[in-house]
Design a protein around this ligand. Structure first.
Ligand code: ARG
Length: 287
């Protein structure tokens, strides 16, 4: 047992600032991903209580949380990862593929502007940090279901960073943040950490899988079982990894690499096809 821990690099918790949205109007009234079933009942009180546990856990870990007011009639607004993509105080707004969520675009851009971010209006269809993830100085960008491939060039120009385009092929994993988890963005390529990302190989096409293998040879590859319970939709501060309690294999893989898994149950929010990461937008820059 101890040998595994001896070989794992020391992990360091990094301070995070996140944007979240209380699920006051959460329900499933339409179906825009395979997890959503409008005929099944939802429990808004339960969603609120589960969300509160996530919020409280971030605070207990010393992170800073900003809140955006929920808007009646926009039940998916709780998934703030889709509200934008923010680096160095610059916020790229989003343009949803689906009409049901287009009402969220303006409230998010207004929030960024009111909080000192430089807002960039999007041109191509893309769903923010749902499909864009920052690892070191590289942006991993997903397409296949929601964000348009043409948004990858746009995000590269807006942030002047290299973009690695990845194609998703399984409708259950329709956003990149359901198939890749960034565990440590700081110790990116060439760093001391043995694992900076985790991913679900079966969610990608062959070309993307080959690219991930080449760029992240030490990544954690998560099993289909752990992927199917939304295990990859987790949030890490470089040490603490908040993840679904059902992703037990992934939790063990994390422990072996020196991370500290913290189970958080968002089963009610999974009825909308979202999990921990979906409810969390990272705010990088401005302080
Ligand atoms: N019901 C929402 C949708 O289908 C869930 C979004 C989940 N967000 C995420 N970042 N994966 O758009």
């Amino acid at each position: 047992m101890s040998t595994r821990f001896e070989s794992a690099p020391e992990r360091i918790a990094q301070h995070r600032r996140y944007l979240m949205c209380r699920p006051e109007y959460f329900t499933v009234s339409y179906r825009i991903n395979p997890w959503m079933e409008p005929s099944l009942p939802t429990d808004t009180g339960k969603a609120l209580a589960q969300w509160q546990t996530l919020y409280d856990t971030y605070l207990a870990l010393g992170h800073e949380i900003e809140l955006i007011d929920p808007v009646p009639g926009l039940p998916d607004m709780v998934y703030t990862a889709n509200g934008g993509f923010v680096i160095d105080g610059r916020a790229l707004g989003v343009k949803f593929r689906v009409d049901e969520r287009r009402g969220e675009e303006r409230p998010f851009m207004d929030w960024f502007a009111a909080h000192g971010f430089e807002v960039v209006e999007p041109r191509a269809v893309q769903e923010g940090e749902g499909d864009f993830l920052l690892v070191g100085d590289t942006i991993l960008a997903g397409s296949g279901f929601r964000s348009d491939p043409s948004s990858h060039r746009e995000v590269s120009e807006v942030f002047d960073r290299e973009v690695l385009s990845l194609t998703l092929v399984d409708p259950r994993f329709y956003h990149l943040d359901t198939a890749i988890s960034v565990l440590d963005p700081v110790q990116g390529e060439g760093g001391v950490a043995a694992a900076t990302i985790a991913y679900l190989p079966s969610a990608f096409d062959d070309t993307s899988r080959a690219m991930l293998e080449r760029r992240f040879p030490d990544a954690i590859r998560v099993s289909d079982d752990d992927g199917a319970v939304f295990g990859l939709n987790s949030a890490s501060d470089g040490l603490n990894v908040l993840l679904s309690p059902r992703a037990t294999g992934f939790a063990e893989q994390l422990r072996e690499r020196g991370y500290r898994p913290i189970p958080i149950d968002l089963s009610e929010l999974l009825l909308g096809g979202g999990g921990i990461k979906c409810c969390t937008l990272e705010l990088r820059g401005t302080r």
